[in-house]
Design a protein around this ligand. Structure first.
Ligand code: MRU
Length: 368
């Protein structure tokens, strides 16, 4: 997608320096557009942990490249598989909720399993590149499939703008290219369908106000920033036609773990009879889990993200405290929206109901 009128993906490998993986530093957006170079497993681990890169598909892609970088580290020259297995475990431990992380690492490790040590570098690099290519293509397909939903609403509204509410950042920054929830929006916009996006600020880290608003602005998509608590009010007053969110892990029965606050949006949408779709590539499915609510591990992050807020002041990104000194806080980063509140799942294979039977039908070849 375009950033400052130039085409970028949110992570890339450049043959001119094969010892480096480059990413857009998401901790600096929207104030500064900066590229960060990652040169080791440790760099990748830190970039995922401190949210330089974030979003389910992107942390998977970064970890896949992390295995490639591990093959470049000298210690990997003896007993390389054991060394790489340690690196894999280390990378998977970065963040617990998005299953894409272990899916991506597993993909690269599987390719390496039967590979001779001298081919490990090339094999890991090709596997990571192929994983990214597939993720990006799957997001493109999510856009194609999701477009039909927006088209239908647009026809019903006789060409008046389709109002879409989204939460957090499930855009191209989070997923290499196109985005998941944003893919149908970008596709509709490029097809000439008038759309308008309500962007939740998404406390505590504000991925909505900082990243989604920036992305949509770069693409010229009309949008308006709202507080996290405004969604229900907008829905009650007919100002939202459809809600499209991403997912960090979707269970076999269609429960969706996504950024904290998604559940409240889903309750409000359900109460107001507004369709809510979750868009994600199949790498986000955890077919081994049947009950998302009790089985999906949900990340808790540093309470300081709640007690403080970051913004631009005097040309510098600064953090300020927003509560009394001694106020305690807890930072639940994700919640689970039960399948019964979700209208449908938009995947690379098409749209399906969040029901085990339908999911199995669509993804039979991936479910053992
Ligand atoms: O904590 P984050 O910023 O990694 O959380 C991201 C989200 O919750 C996204 O909505 C999700 O990863 C869907 S990604 C395209």
């Amino acid at each position: 997608m375009l950033a400052n009128s130039k085409y970028y993906q949110s992570i890339w490998f450049d043959e001119s320096d094969p010892s480096v993986i480059r990413v857009i530093d998401q901790n600096r957006l929207p104030f500064f557009f900066e590229i960060k170079e990652l040169r080791s497993v440790e760099d990748i681990y830190n970039a995922i942990s401190d949210m330089t890169v974030r979003g389910a598909p992107l942390i998977g892609a970064a970890a896949a490249f992390g295995i490639y970088l591990a093959t470049l580290e000298e210690t990997s020259l003896s007993g390389h598989l054991g060394f790489l297995e340690n690196a894999a475990r280390y990378l998977i431990s970065c963040r617990p909720t998005a299953v894409n992380l272990s899916r991506a690492v597993g993909y690269v490790m599987e390719k390496l399993k039967n590979e001779a040590e001298e081919n490990a570098r090339e094999c890991a690099l090709n596997a990571a590149l192929e994983f990214c290519r597939q993720e990006s293509e799957n997001c493109r397909l999510i856009g194609e499939h999701g477009l039909s939903l927006i088209e239908e609403i647009s026809k019903r509204k006789k060409g008046n703008p389709v109002n879409i509410l989204t939460h957090c950042n499930a855009g191209w920054l989070a997923s290499i290219d196109y985005g998941t929830a944003t893919a149908p929006i970008y596709k509709a916009h490029l097809s000439g369908i008038p759309v308008h996006v309500w962007v939740d600020e998404t406390r505590p880290r504000n991925q909505g106000s900082r990243l989604t608003a920036w992305e949509l602005g770069q693409a010229g998509v009309p949008h308006t920033l709202i507080t996290d608590n405004a969604g229900g009010h907008l829905m009650q007053h007919g100002m939202v036609d459809i809600v499209i969110i991403g997912s960090d892990r979707t269970s076999l029965n269609g429960d969706v773990a996504n950024k904290i606050g998604t559940y409240l949006k889903a309750l409000a949408a359900f109460d107001n009879n507004i369709p809510l779709y979750s868009a994600f590539p199949s790498s986000t499915f955890d077919f081994g889990i049947r009950d998302g609510l009790t089985e999906i591990p949900l990340e808790e992050r540093d309470p300081e993200e709640v007690t403080h807020i970051e913004g631009l002041t005097g040309g510098k990104i600064e953090k300020v405290r927003i509560c009394p000194d001694n106020t305690g806080s807890v930072n639940f980063a994700f919640d689970v929206t039960p399948a019964r509140l979700i209208t449908g799942l938009i995947t690379e294979k098409g749209i399906c109901k969040p029901h085990e039977k339908e999911i199995k039908k669509l993804f039979s070849e991936k479910i053992k």
